[in-house]
Write a protein that binds this ligand. Structure first.
Ligand code: HSE
Length: 310
């Protein structure tokens, strides 16, 4: 529900896009980490951005900041313009940019949702569209598989990107192990590696894996989800950007993980498991360390999406 306010704080969570077979389609909202964006109306026209020092850094140029690009779109559809309306935002970025955990999408959703609350835009598709435009400004293409779960929570599947039609499956009771190596991957560059065409046998496999994933999610069947955590589109071409990928994968599976895949465009990787989540995380860190790469892990669960907290 969007309530008209002059000052808002938006909490905007990390997400895992692609989620195995769902390139540009599937996404899961995480419980943490989350970004915080404080936004208020100001008497000075234009959008001004301040970055909190205790978080990660992002551009303060309104044309390059995904939160302000998204807010700008909300200004446009509300009939206001940044020549007449002023917005001030302070961003505390806890989701590392270039991590594969939907950092730019979290900013974009926060920018869109905050501006919508302040300007009285209550059409959720417009908020999603604005967030996707913000996301597009950073990744080079306005894909919806991070912004959708970030905005709606739970697991989402983009059915029609042009019509902004998205399916949502309520968050499940499960834990996810995420490991983030000290590697930065720009989504725009990682997207250039994606093959333009796929053999029919891969397309057929993807339909099967995606079907299994949705049924597994619906039934809370981790084994089925893990069996369907496959991908012929992005992982084969992107894993080489992640030094230590194979070693971390072996370590995670050896420690009892049911699956292992890349989160979004990486370098974050994640595993599903029924138990031993901490041991799996530690094994992933050791796996990366064997390849000379520092990393950190955390255990999280599905989140309920971005929200206005004041
Ligand atoms: N689906 C997008 C990609 C997600 O894999 O490029 C980017 O975070």
């Amino acid at each position: 529900v969007i309530v008209l306010k002059s000052k808002v704080r938006v909490e905007s969570p990390a997400t895992i896009a692609n989620f195995g077979p769902g390139y540009d389609t599937f996404g899961l909202c995480l419980d943490r980490p989350v970004d915080l964006v404080d936004m208020e109306r100001s008497s000075k026209p234009g959008i001004r951005i301040e970055i909190a020092k205790n978080g990660f850094n992002v551009p303060i140029d309104p044309a390059r900041n995904t939160a302000s690009v998204a807010a700008q779109q909300i200004l446009k559809i509300s009939g206001s313009s940044s020549k007449s309306v002023g917005l001030k935002m302070k961003m505390l970025k806890k989701i590392r940019p270039g991590s594969g955990l939907g950092s730019s999408a979290a900013s974009a959703v926060a920018g869109a949702l905050g501006a919508a609350a302040i300007l009285g835009v209550d059409d959720v598709k417009e908020v999603l569209k604005a967030a996707s435009i913000g996301e597009g400004a950073s990744s080079g293409a306005p894909h919806l598989d991070n912004v959708s779960p970030c905005l709606f929570g739970g697991f989402t599947a983009v059915v029609d990107p042009d019509g902004f039609d998205v399916l949502q499956i309520e968050p499940l009771d499960m834990e996810i192990v995420v490991c983030l190596p000290e590697i930065v991957i720009e989504t725009a560059k990682a997207r250039k590696l994606i093959p333009k065409q796929l053999p029919v046998r891969s397309v057929v496999s993807h339909v099967g894996w995606a079907s299994g994933m949705i049924v597994g999610l619906n039934n809370g069947d981790i084994d089925l989800m893990a069996a369907c955590m496959e991908d012929d589109i992005a992982v084969p071409v992107r894993k080489r950007l992640i030094k230590g990928y194979e070693s971390a994968r072996k370590a995670a599976l050896g420690a009892g993980a049911s699956s292992f895949s890349i989160s979004g465009s990486g370098p974050a990787v994640f595993s599903l498991a029924k138990s031993k989540h901490d041991s799996i995380g530690k094994a992933m860190v050791r796996g990366f360390a064997k390849a000379g790469v520092n990393s950190e892990f955390f255990v999280t669960k599905p989140g309920t999406g971005a929200r206005i907290v004041n």
